[in-house]
Write a protein that binds this ligand. Structure first.
Ligand code: FAD
Length: 403
């Protein structure tokens, strides 16, 4: 079959890989000129197989008024004119029960654990250069309530084969000295030895090159996808600004823009673009070697390419990027306050970036056949797209041609 993959982020490129492995002829189309230039470009770099806790949880509900009032510096919510937020928010609230939070966390955990095996297999076979390393991860918790609920989730995950360890503040700081300056804010931490780091952009670029050289995959950059053409109800071609691409099937991997593409087709995966930011800096004298996630401050530190990547924040402002400079400044300020010696914050050449996480109300990606025969979805990977990419790509590739 000739299969067109829409979108060349980490999800699109891994989808192309598993499709090509199944013997399909694959074309990848993206409006950008290069692979992984959008959400997959400079994310937190964490392959966070163990921390799959769903965003929608009962504890989140009482925090909503203070978030709407702008009292958490790490979250911005625009209420006026932000029409896409309301239907998404209603579905998100419906997921904020204990039962749903548990099911969503485990569903994503199972995808993540499978992804861990697949990325290791892929790497054994292809040997790509993307700063891939078993760094381990420390999730720092700011108060006793957060620690207690993390303990409960730890037990739950253990039943599904995910082994993590709860540490005291002292144990966490001994393990990762970069946490020393945030000692006052640490009630405890969860350590996962098996979590990894890697540069999602380098992975996607290397895998894209390998696919073109070794599997005859065609990449059509600079090509805006505009819609589809059907023949007797079945997908017959992808419409692009440069003309039609006839195909037997297509997989939508348009990340946060999937919603805009799918809604006119009567498909609503309920994806909201949640803005986050990153800066990449030279390491400081006490740079972390273990990945660190500070839940309360919504900030992560990772070590890749010999540098320190700091990412975080969650802004519900639609596709608005006007406050980026201000938000990046605040991210740097908080990162420095929490871990002053982790990075060289004063360096002139700060690599700053912002991206839109494609978040569904349940935190679960939407993967598989759509209601249009021949059109498949691999969308809505949210805060964990890099972590989940290999497993969802394998799933969608095996669904293609089945229906
Ligand atoms: C600040 C931040 C930190 C993060 N940290 C982590 C982390 O540590 N670990 C983790 O696992 N995940 C992390 N994520 C999430 C992860 O980056 C995303 O889930 C993932 O990159 C989504 O990949 P994607 O391929 O679906 O989307 P994208 O990478 O955005 O790819 C979609 C592609 O579609 C193209 N496109 C869109 N519309 C059109 C059109 N009409 N025509 C043609 N092309 C089009 C775009 O150009 C783009 O290349 C983070 C995200 C952010 C923002």
């Amino acid at each position: 079959m000739h299969v067109v993959v829409l979108g060349a982020g980490v999800v699109g490129v891994t989808t192309a890989y598993y499709l090509a492995e199944r013997g399909h002829e694959v074309t990848i189309v993206d409006r950008a000129l290069s692979v992984a230039s959008a959400t997959s470009h400079a994310n937190g770099a964490q392959l966070s197989y163990s921390y799959t806790d769903s965003l929608a949880r009962p504890e989140f509900v009482p925090k909503i008024p203070s978030l709407m009032l702008g009292l958490d510096p790490a979250i911005r919510v625009r209420t006026l004119g932000n029409f896409a937020l309301y239907p998404w928010g209603i579905h998100f609230l419906a997921q904020c029960t204990n039962a749903k939070a548990r099911d969503n966390t485990i569903a994503v955990l199972q995808i993540a654990l499978r992804s861990a095996r697949l990325i290791a297999e892929l790497q054994d076979e292809l040997g790509l250069e993307f700063s891939y390393r078993r760094a381990g991860k420390l999730v720092v918790l700011g108060d006793d309530a957060a620690l207690e609920s993390a303990r409960a989730r730890r037990e739950l995950k253990l039943q599904h084969g995910c082994v993590t360890e709860v540490l005291t503040p002292q144990e966490a700081i001994e393990m990762e000295p970069a946490l020393g300056a945030m000692r006052q804010e640490i009630a405890g931490a969860v350590y996962s030895e098996h979590d990894e780091v890697g540069d999602a952009e380098a992975f996607s670029v290397e895998l894209g090159d390998w696919l073109q050289s070794n599997r005859g995959v065609t990449f059509r950059p600079g090509t805006e996808v505009t819609g589809i053409r059907r023949d007797a109800g079945r997908l017959a071609a992808i419409r692009t600004a440069a003309g039609e691409l006839a195909c037997d099937a297509a997989v939508v991997c348009l990340g946060p823009w999937s919603q805009a593409f799918l809604r006119p087709l009567g498909i609503d995966p309920l994806i909201y673009p949640v803005r986050g930011y990153s800066v990449t800096l030279p390491p400081g004298p006490v740079a972390p070697t273990i990945s660190v996630t500070n839940i309360k401050r919504r900030i992560v530190y990772s070590r890749i390419k010999g540098q320190v990547r700091i990412a975080g924040f969650a802004d519900f402002v639609g596709f608005d990027v006007r406050a980026d400079d201000e938000r990046l400044e605040l991210l740097l300020q908080i990162a420095r306050e929490l871990a002053p010696e982790a990075a060289d914050y004063g360096v002139a050449d700060k690599q700053s970036w912002g991206g839109f996480r494609p978040v569904t109300p349940s935190s679960r990606p939407v993967v598989g056949a759509s209601k249009i025969p021949g059109l498949y979805l691999n969308v809505g990977h949210g805060v964990l797209g890099w972590t989940l990419a290999c497993a969802t790509a394998q799933d969608v590739a095996s669904a293609v041609g089945q229906k």
